[in-house]
Design a protein around this ligand. Sequence first.
Ligand SMILES: [Fe+2]
Length: 364
Amino acid sequence: MNEDTAKNTTSQLEERLNRRDFVKFGLTIGKAVFIGGVLIGNFTGCTTASKKADKTKAGKEAPVKFVHITDTHVTFTGRNKTSLFEESFNIFRDIIGQINEMGDIDFILFGGDNINNTDPGTKGFDEFMNIMSSVKIPYFAQFGNREVSPIPPGVALSKEQYAEKMKGHGLDISSYSWSVSPVPGLRILGLDTTIEGHDNGKISQTEIKWIKEEVAKYPNDMIITLGHHLLLPTWGNRDIPKWKKKYLLKNYLEVNTILEGAPQVKACLMGHHHISKVQTVNGLHYIASPAAVQYPHAFRTITINDNEAKLQFHQVRNKRIIELGKHNLLTSKNAEEYAGGKADDILAYCHGSEGDNNVTLKIR
Ligand SMILES: [Fe+2]
């Protein structure tokens, strides 16, 4: 990108970002600057007064709209199971195509397991990024268990290698938990919930200390967390010990107490379990988003306007993939484990209800 193009891109993005006015949340920070979808700076000097002027000029506020995609598991080597690994790149291309067509998205959040990490070297990652090269808005990524558990170890990407390759998108080689403000007044905390070499998750004491510091540092921002593992069980009263161990963050109660106790934290975005579910505790919305690679093969958009968050559910457009995903889920181990032998309601569980998918949530 030459200098002029870079400047133009920056000023267009700045103009778009300046439309945002989160005065309600006592905006004090500056604006993030992105070039080619990569965060290159975060500057102070964007005052509430100037935003008010912009607001007057624009007449009406534009809402902030972003995407949460999780568990795309792209791979060249996996076979179709409950997760449709052989379709993983087709699904991902379909989803990115939809987002590019939307035209009103401010940024994308990836909830982890972007790559299945079972391809040798950087092959799967490179194709993931090749598809992302069509995306002209900022995007940020957190680790899933797959990105920290290469198969085979030493051949697929290590946690450190993945972080280095995702530099500029939240992660960095020495920064596994990250804090960015893609839109003034809105802050995303990327929480590393992973344990290297394992599928289950935990947040370390060092990271807990960091979360407390970040929350204290930005009392007037609206904060949304992005992490891979579940912070709440989503299976209601069913006792499924295997799921609790595999999907639920080990120290979720400790973490939730901190997040619920910080009123500026409004929502927690989660993945890993491949289901859609919204639960609200003490005004904090715990939002588990569906997987791309598994039925319902979907992602969310979230639109924030004043004190409301509008959730919308978008499925892959290819109906053949949805039918195949349904079939494979119905006959899966997950179906047995959920229903105790009767697989009839696993589709509804993974898909989520209208209250989980197309709903407007009040922001506390
Ligand atoms: Fe996962």
